[in-house]
Design a protein around this ligand. Structure first.
Ligand code: AMP
Length: 328
């Protein structure tokens, strides 16, 4: 069995984890990135494609199936190939592919959060309903590009002209952000917190460096990630969120959410936690803790990364003849 992924996002961590667990590795790369990945010597084979959507081509799929490859999806994988297109992929993918639709379509994820009974920022259906500071998210926006803050309908129409398909008008939560990464194992049924990061976003995170006389509107383009820990007293609630999301997912899209996932939380000065998004696959923020995901270390007493944990689950499933439970 070979563990493969595409050359972006957290590919290095996924390949390192696979190697550490004794797997052969394969990377699908474009010509531009190939030499960068070669520097790390983590891919036993690199298949070069013109564009990443080529993963869907019959020829490449046949080749990957023949080689007995399991593909590990990450954020850029889903972005380049598309959550809907991935449903048609015949190559085994680690995790439940159906969850990718539930994370990428906001209406679906809000429905999921609601059913799980989790506090979310207030949604406004139309600009006229806006009665507080709001963040306007664009449909299909990549990495927070084009988001804007508005306080009422007038400001909304000034900024955007009209309400467009896929736009989300969401209450802006003033507070600190936390992105806890979990791994739910369908084999052991353990739902483990691994680590927490913060997305480092331009220009929102650059504004405090400017004098108050200079006004620049915040943008939310992710440029990197920072490590963070939460007050330990907040963690029980974070686990409650995670457990109820996993529980509800089994009813909404069986067999539900499993493998790595990450909650996007904002915490107010009243210590109230709000969930505003979910990533239902490995996030790049797990890279900041290599090789010790702190909470995995606290529980298991060993160095563990999310990439390594994925490979461990594949190994375990192979050993127990339970591969069907971990791929889709
Ligand atoms: P998203 O596309 O939902 O991941 O949002 C991109 C970024 O916008 C997040 O990482 C946050 O910094 C910020 N953001 C999104 N939603 C909210 C919210 N409801 N309240 C405060 N900040 C938010």
């Amino acid at each position: 069995m070979i563990i493969g992924t595409i050359a972006s996002h957290s590919a290095l961590q996924i390949l390192r984890g696979a190697k550490d667990e004794g797997f052969e590795t394969l990377l699908i790369s474009d010509e531009k990135r190939k030499s960068f990945y070669e520097r790390f010597n983590l891919a036993d084979e690199i298949i070069t494609v013109k564009s990443f959507s080529q993963v869907m081509s019959e020829g490449l799929q046949e080749k990957l199936i023949e080689k007995n490859v399991i593909l590990v999806p990450h954020g850029s994988f889903v972005e380049y190939v598309g959550a809907k297109a991935m449903l048609e992929l015949k190559v085994p993918v680690f995790g439940n592919k159906r969850v990718l639709e539930w994370e990428s379509e906001r209406e679906k994820s809000f429905e999921w959060f609601k059913r799980a009974g989790i506090k979310m920022p207030q949604e406004f259906k139309k600009p006229e309903d806006i009665d507080r500071l709001c963040i306007v998210k664009l449909g299909g926006a990549k990495g927070g590009r084009g988001y804007k803050l508005v306080r009422n309908a007038e400001e909304f129409y000034r900024e955007f002209g009209e309400l467009k398909e896929g736009m989300v008008l969401q209450e802006y939560i003033v507070g600190t952000r936390f992105y806890p990464s979990f791994f739910y194992s369908p084999l052991s049924k353990e739902n483990d917190l691994f680590s927490i990061d913060i997305r480092y976003e331009a220009n929102a995170d650059a504004l405090s460096r400017l004098p108050p006389t200079i006004r620049v509107d915040p943008t939310y383009v992710v440029t990197g990630n920072l490590p963070v820990v939460m007050r330990e007293s907040l963690l029980p609630e974070v686990f409650e969120f995670a457990d109820s999301l996993v529980y509800e997912s089994k009813k909404l899209f069986p067999p539900g959410l499993y493998g790595p996932y990450c909650l996007e939380l904002c915490c107010t000065d009243e210590l109230e936690l709000y969930l505003f998004e979910i990533s239902a696959r490995i996030v790049a923020g797990t890279n900041v803790w290599i090789p010790y995901a702190p909470y995995a270390y606290l529980k298991y007493g060993e160095a563990m990364t999310m990439g390594g944990r994925i490979a461990m689950e594949i190994k375990e499933a192979e050993r127990e003849g339970r591969m069907k439970e971990i791929v889709s």
